[in-house]
Write a protein that binds this ligand. Structure first.
Ligand SMILES: Cc1cc2nc3c(=O)[nH]c(=O)nc-3n(C[C@H](O)[C@H](O)[C@H](O)COP(=O)(O)OP(=O)(O)OC[C@H]3O[C@@H](n4cnc5c(N)ncnc54)[C@H](O)[C@@H]3O)c2cc1C
Length: 289
């Protein structure tokens, strides 16, 4: 297997028995048999082709900021895309490769006095992960600034315009595809004070001093889950090393060697109590690896 991978991934990295806790913002997760970081789209395409042809499981990872990785790790290949991180400015659009961090995009735009991403400043994901999740914050929603997306699906490259992306709340059409690069609309003038404001709001209201994967649950019929959990007294509730943040009840934080099972058990007990007492069925926003 390693020999084959080395033939395909000539310029990128291949890591063996790699702890996933090193690649998720929760700092949780057992070992992946292989973690591969392709360096260009062709390497990625050849890799997927090889894995599919040989029935080898794979999982695509951006910055791992919305993922809870299993304590048992992953018996297969985790494909981390952060080396595909180019940002290119054209006359009518900004093209960003999937693995570029959203914050780098915000800073790039600020440097060029361009706007549109001010309220995204501080979301710790890649552009690929953000488009797949249709990330949003304050007045920002990534689907509103996407022009089109280059994807790899069924071993073919394809280009989808915004309408074809199937964007909804934390939803898109890319479940069985890999987002390779995204073309964004360009807006003149960067409101850099707004970026500072949004960043400070995050520092004030989010538990950024602990590892987490952001908000664990999706909104339900307009109900802001963090407020509901706060009112129900969940702040500080613990399961092993996992705790409902005392700062923001929508976040579960890793307060010391939490396992994925600790987080899962805490999620289950929250869901059960909310269902029993409020009749509301919570759904996770985070993804399980
Ligand atoms: C402190 C903190 C604050 C956060 N604040 C926000 C916020 O304000 N708003 C918000 O929306 N989210 C927020 N998040 C969650 C997270 O940052 C976003 O969902 C982000 O967009 C995920 O990007 P990622 O690269 O980390 O994706 P990952 O976590 O690596 O992956 C998420 C999912 O997308 C898939 N995926 C990733 N890249 C690709 C690709 N190129 N092609 C196909 N599939 C892919 C993965 O398989 C996985 O299913 C926060 C998280 C943290 C830790």
């Amino acid at each position: 297997m390693l020999k084959k991978l080395k033939k395909i991934i000539k310029k990128g990295n291949i890591l063996i028995n790699e702890p996933l806790k090193n690649h998720t913002t929760f700092h949780i997760g057992g070992n992946a048999s292989f973690l591969v970081m392709p360096n260009d789209f062709l390497e990625l395409k050849n890799l997927i082709e090889f894995l599919k042809n040989n029935n080898i499981q794979y999982y695509v990872l951006g910055n791992g900021s919305n993922v809870l990785a299993s304590d048992d790790g992953f018996n297969g290949v985790v494909i981390k895309l952060t080396k595909l991180n180019e940002i290119r400015l054209y006359e009518d659009c900004l093209q960003v490769f999937c693995g570029a961090n959203l914050n780098s995009v915000c800073l790039f735009l600020k440097q060029h006095n361009l706007g549109g991403f001010e309220d995204a400043f501080g979301i710790p994901g890649t552009v690929g992960g953000a488009v797949v999740m249709n990330a949003s914050a304050y007045n920002f929603e990534i689907s509103k600034v996407v022009k089109g997306v280059l994807i790899l699906k069924d071993n073919k490259f394809d280009y989808l315009n915004n309408e074809q992306c199937g964007f909804g709340y934390r939803k898109s059409n890319f479940e069985n595809a890999i987002v390779l690069s995204v073309d964004f609309k360009i807006f003149n003038g960067c409101e850099s004070e707004r970026m500072d404001y949004v960043f400070n709001m995050r520092k004030t209201f989010q538990p950024l001093n602990f590892p987490s994967a952001g908000s664990v649950f999706k909104r339900v019929n307009g109900v802001v889950v963090s407020k509901l959990l706060d009112q129900m007294g969940f702040k500080g509730k613990k399961c092993g090393g996992a705790m409902v943040s005392e700062k923001h009840a929508g976040f579960i934080v890793n307060v010391g060697d939490a396992t994925a099972n600790d987080v899962k058990n805490l999620i289950i007990s929250i869901k059960n109590e909310v269902k029993d007492k409020q009749g509301i069925k919570l759904e996770e926003e985070i993804k399980f690896l």
